[in-house]
Design a protein around this ligand. Structure first.
Ligand SMILES: Nc1ncnc2c1ncn2[C@@H]1O[C@H](COP(=O)(O)OP(=O)(O)OP(=O)(O)O)[C@@H](O)[C@H]1O
Ligand SMILES: [Mg+2]
Length: 455
């Protein structure tokens, strides 16, 4: 790319010119030596501008970097110069590798590395325009070294950027990992806390439901005992009267003992029934679903009598209906193997609610004067699933309340009548312990609870 300086001025052999050339080459070589070792383009640019300033003392140097084929912001000397028109002219009109300025006191260079354009350089207003051609020639000799220096610096910088980006990524990754670990830890803590809270709540619920069950048991026993206690007191008064009237003979006494013992053994049986019933089964047992339902009715029978409530149990498999627990015929079709007392407790909860609903409806005057409270149970079996429906004419569950009845502590009753645990516990027992389903639907004048249990 270098040109022959002698062809331009035609004067050769002048010592002064030769000396200047040698001096210039020596200075340029000196500056070039360190240029290729620079690793920052900014420093390379400053050095190149410095080189041209030292070499030809120009009034203006413009350096326009080209990155990915696009010119970017120019670096100019002096910094106060408004180089915009010149930059525009260079980018728009300069398409060769070099050119002399028309002013005769400067030149332009286009620096490429292979085919890749790296920058434009313009040098203007050199102190000795007569050496313009010489400076251009010299510049063309060193243009490849300049290109190499710029290319090197850019490569270094891109490596540095990559390394920095990678480091940054590593730092971010580390921070993210720490954040994730912290999140995990706090999540674990939250979950543990939540589990503890639930366990505590469940324990409390179990405790309360035991208390409620005990209360129910005592209440039910008291009800069941009312009748025999009454009979016993009449018998005792009778004995007293018989003695006073001289009628107390051996026959009378035997009859008295026999009738008293009958009442007492009924009372003892009631206590046993309830005690067995409220003891949760540890093992699964095989039993008849209709029979266990009738046992629940038997335990509540005196409360039903007092409150004018009748009941009936229908076996859909045989289409038989029983109107008293005493009449129930055990049947194999409705047998199931599961935790007996837990299931009995669920049935008791549902029947107790039905009884409460009927009493409440009657108290509100919504049950006809001669209308009886009715609780009915339907037992059916299809595809190895036993369905037990328990319905009542207690008015049903209000629409706004329907979605909440299985929640813990949800009750519409006064504090002395309900805690809101019955159905919550029933749902847990049915779904978790017995692997079945429980749901509710309203019918004409009451509600129907359905239990579905696989056999
Ligand atoms: N057969 C029913 N008819 C009308 N409402 C019912 C019936 N069964 C349940 N409910 C409604 O569902 C609510 C929740 O019943 P649940 O058995 O869980 O609690 P409770 O009976 O109020 O109190 P607990 O059973 O703990 O003594 C009741 O308060 C009642 O409003
Ligand atoms: Mg209840």
């Amino acid at each position: 790319m270098a040109m022959d300086l002698t062809s331009n001025n035609g004067e050769t052999g002048k010592l002064a010119v030769t000396d200047k050339r040698i001096a210039d080459y020596a200075m340029v070589l000196d500056l070039l030596g360190s240029l290729t070792e620079l690793t920052s383009e900014k420093v390379v640019i400053e050095s190149i501008i410095g080189l041209f300033r030292s070499l030809c003392a120009p009034s203006v140097v413009i350096y326009i970097p080209v990155i990915d084929d696009l010119p970017v912001e120019a670096i100019v000397f002096p910094v106060t110069l408004d180089a915009k028109p010149l930059v525009k002219d260079i980018i728009g009109n300069f398409h060769d590798d070099y050119s002399m300025k028309e002013s005769g006191s400067g030149f332009r260079l286009r620096i490429k590395y292979g085919e890749k354009l790296l920058c434009f350089i313009e040098v203007e207003g050199i102190a000795f325009p007569e050496y313009n051609y010489h400076y251009l020639n010299l510049s063309l000799h060193i243009v490849n070294v300049l290109a190499l220096s710029i290319h090197n610096a850019r490569t270094y910088e891109s490596f540095r950027r990559e390394i920095n980006e990678r480091k940054q990524l590593e730092i971010e990754l580390k921070e993210k990992t720490i954040q994730m670990e912290e999140l995990n830890r706090s999540l674990e803590q939250k979950v543990r806390k939540e589990i503890d809270a639930r366990r505590h709540k469940d324990q409390l619920l179990i405790q309360q439901s035991k208390m409620a069950a005990m209360g129910e048991m005592i209440g039910a026993i008291a009800h069941q005992w009312k009748q025999p206690l009454n009979s016993l007191s009449l018998l005792i008064l009778d004995v007293k009267d018989a003695y006073e009237f001289g009628e107390l003979d051996a026959g009378y006494l035997y009859t008295f003992v026999e009738r008293s013992m009958k009442e007492i053994s009924f009372m003892a049986k009631t206590v046993d029934d309830f005690r067995n019933f409220f003891k949760p089964s540890r093992e699964k047992e095989t039993f008849d679903l209709i029979e266990i339902t009738s046992e629940v009715f038997s335990m509540l029978s005196s409360q039903f009598n007092t409150n004018d409530i009748t009941y009936r149990i229908t076996c859909r498999v045989h289409n038989r209906t029983f109107f008293s627990y005493n009449d129930v015929i055990p049947c194999e079709a409705t047998q199931i193997t599961t935790y007996k007392n837990q299931l009995a407790h669920v049935i008791l909860n549902i029947i107790n609610n039905a009884k409460d609903a009927i009493i409440d409806r009657r108290q509100k005057g919504l049950l006809g004067a001669l209308e009886k409270g009715v609780i009915w149970v339907d037992c059916d079996k299809k595809d190895n699933v036993l369905r037990l429906e328990i319905g009542d004419n207690g008015g049903g569950v209000a629409d706004g309340v329907k979605d909440r009845i299985f929640e813990s502590y949800f009750t519409t009753k006064t504090e002395d009548k309900g805690t809101g645990i019955g159905l919550y516990m029933s749902k847990i027992i049915v779904e978790d312990k017995l692997g079945g389903k429980i749901h509710l639907r309203n019918v004409d004048n009451g509600s129907v609870f359905t239990l579905e249990l696989s056999v």
